[in-house]
Design a protein around this ligand. Structure first.
Ligand code: ZN
Length: 307
């Protein structure tokens, strides 16, 4: 027995010694870039491991993408994809019923407007990313441009990973949204959650937005990271083990009636907050009366990435 205890102790000390090797890798992406250069410049002043995702049709898209790349930040295309809820859409929002040619044209256009992008993530997209056939067309185009796909996970049953199988496209998934609210205490809590997940799973990806409150929290917390957490670019996580928990969605896109017809960009002014992907918003849209139902509670958990 004493010998067993000794072995146990030495095993524990070895584990304690090697633990830092398994330190958590944390990737942070700030998306919706291209509308608010002033706040975005503050993001670009942060460590270059913070990555940015640029909306291709935003007024400052090209300028911010070039600036980000020149200051060493990884650049992604933040591509608008159709949500389930009815809301004004950006120009060239991908919809499941679009043809492969149309989707390829939109991605080619985005590549030209966001120079130096190495990956792409979805802006909104609960309708588009939950369509297997829609996402298969996206993956074919991404393969051509050698872009990875960061799934913003705006819906629990995203088909992105399933759609990418058989293509060379690498898919990684967002685990935490930093700023569903713009309350600094909430953002700090979400940041801590991302750190915990990175530590527990080896890596985690968090997405935030260029809000002043998000910038303030990052400015505080990035410089006080726990010693076992390393900031990384999303592209360095492409070979991390990924788990696809989606169920197949073989619903054919409805070619006749687009669910979210394009209604112009007039609501996407720089000063107007974008309507991205906030879980709280989606559940508000679903209706107050059903938000307490078991199904909605389940979906909320799915949404938050606890799957
Ligand atoms: Zn967005």
């Amino acid at each position: 027995m004493p010998q067993f205890r000794r072995q146990l102790l030495s095993l524990a000390s070895v584990l304690a010694f090697v633990t830092p090797v398994f330190a958590g890798k944390l990737a942070i992406v700030i998306d919706d870039f291209g509308y608010r250069p002033q706040t975005e410049n503050q993001v670009l002043a942060m460590p270059s491991t913070i990555s940015v995702a640029v909306l291709p049709n935003a007024p400052h898209a090209r300028e911010m993408a070039i600036k980000a790349h020149n200051s060493g930040h990884e650049v992604l295309i933040h591509l608008p994809m159709a949500p389930l809820s009815k809301q004004p859409l950006e120009k060239d929002t991908l919809r499941p019923e679009m043809s492969s040619e149309e989707i390829e044209r939109i991605i080619r256009d985005a590549v030209s407007k966001v120079p130096n992008a190495v990956g792409l993530n979805n802006h909104m997209g609960s309708a588009m990313t939950s369509s297997l056939f829609g996402m298969q067309k996206v993956m074919q185009a991404l393969e051509r441009y050698d872009l990875y796909f960061l799934d913003s996970m705006t819906i629990g049953n995203s088909q992105a990973m399933r759609a990418a199988s058989g293509t060379g496209v690498k898919v990684i998934k967002r685990k935490v949204f930093l700023d569903d609210t713009q309350n600094e205490a909430d953002i700090r809590r979400q940041f801590t959650r991302a750190v915990d997940l990175a530590r527990r799973n080896g890596s985690a990806i968090a997405i935030g937005h260029p809000h002043p409150s998000t910038v303030r929290v990052l400015q505080q917390m990035l410089y006080n990271l726990p010693a076992d957490i390393t900031l990384v670019r999303p592209s360095s996580l492409l070979n991390e083990p990924q788990v696809d928990t989606s169920r197949p969605n073989l619903t054919q896109p409805n070619n006749g009636a687009p669910r979210n017809p394009f209604r112009g960009v007039k609501l996407c002014k720089p000063k107007q907050p974008l309507e991205p992907i906030y879980a709280s918003r989606f559940f508000t849209v679903l209706g107050e009366s059903i938000t307490q139902s078991t199904l909605v509670q389940y979906m909320r958990l799915q949404w938050q990435g606890w799957q």
